[in-house]
Ligand binder design. Structure first.
Ligand code: ZN
Length: 153
C-alpha cells in the first residue's frame, strides 16, 4: 500500500512541474501575447485602434517578417462571431478590420505556416484592463501565476 501511495505522489509531482514549465509566459516585444511555447514565436497584439497585429519572432525574440504564413482569426464577441482577415504591413500581419466592441471574449487565432500546412489554433481570452503588477494588458499578462491572488485567468 505504501508503495502505491508513493508512486501516485511522484506522478503528481511530475505533472505539476511540467505544467509550471509550460505556463511560464514570454513577454511579447510589442506588448502583446506570445501564444507559442517554442520558436518561431507568434505574438498577438491588440493595437490602440483595436486592430490585431500578428508578429513572428525567432528564438531570440527578433522580429521575422512573415513569409508564407496565413493567419486568420475569429473574435467570439458577445454580439456574435466576427472573422478577421490579415494583410502584411511593416513586417507583421495586421487585421483588415478592428476587433468588435467590448472585451471578456475569446479570440481564436489560426496560423498556417503555408497554404498546405495544417492550421494551428491559439485561443486568447481578451481582457483590456491593465494588470497592476506587470502593467501589461490582462490578455498579455506575464505574471507568474504561482505569485498568487491577483487575478483569475
Ligand atoms: Zn500581470
Amino acid at each position: 500500500m505504501k508503495t502505491i501511495r508513493n508512486v501516485t505522489f511522484l506522478f503528481l509531482a511530475v505533472v505539476a512541474s511540467a505544467t509550471a514549465l509550460l505556463a511560464k509566459p514570454i513577454p511579447g516585444p510589442k506588448g502583446g501575447k506570445i501564444v507559442t511555447t517554442e520558436a518561431p514565436h507568434v505574438e498577438l497584439f491588440v493595437a490602440p485602434d483595436r486592430t490585431v497585429v500578428v508578429s513572428f519572432y525567432d528564438h531570440d525574440l527578433k522580429l521575422v517578417a512573415p513569409a508564407a504564413q496565413i493567419v486568420s482569426a475569429v473574435a467570439e464577441a458577445k454580439g456574435g462571431k466576427v472573422n478577421l482577415t490579415f494583410a502584411a504591413k511593416e513586417g507583421t500581419l495586421v487585421s483588415s478590420s478592428p476587433l468588435p466592441e467590448g472585451d471578456g471574449y475569446r479570440v481564436v487565432l489560426q496560423v498556417k505556416d503555408n497554404a498546405q500546412a495544417r492550421p494551428k489554433n491559439y485561443r486568447i481570452e481578451l481582457h483590456d484592463e491593465v494588470c497592476g503588477e506587470c502593467k501589461r494588458a490582462e490578455y498579455a499578462c506575464i505574471c507568474d501565476d504561482a505569485g498568487g491572488d491577483k487575478h483569475d485567468h
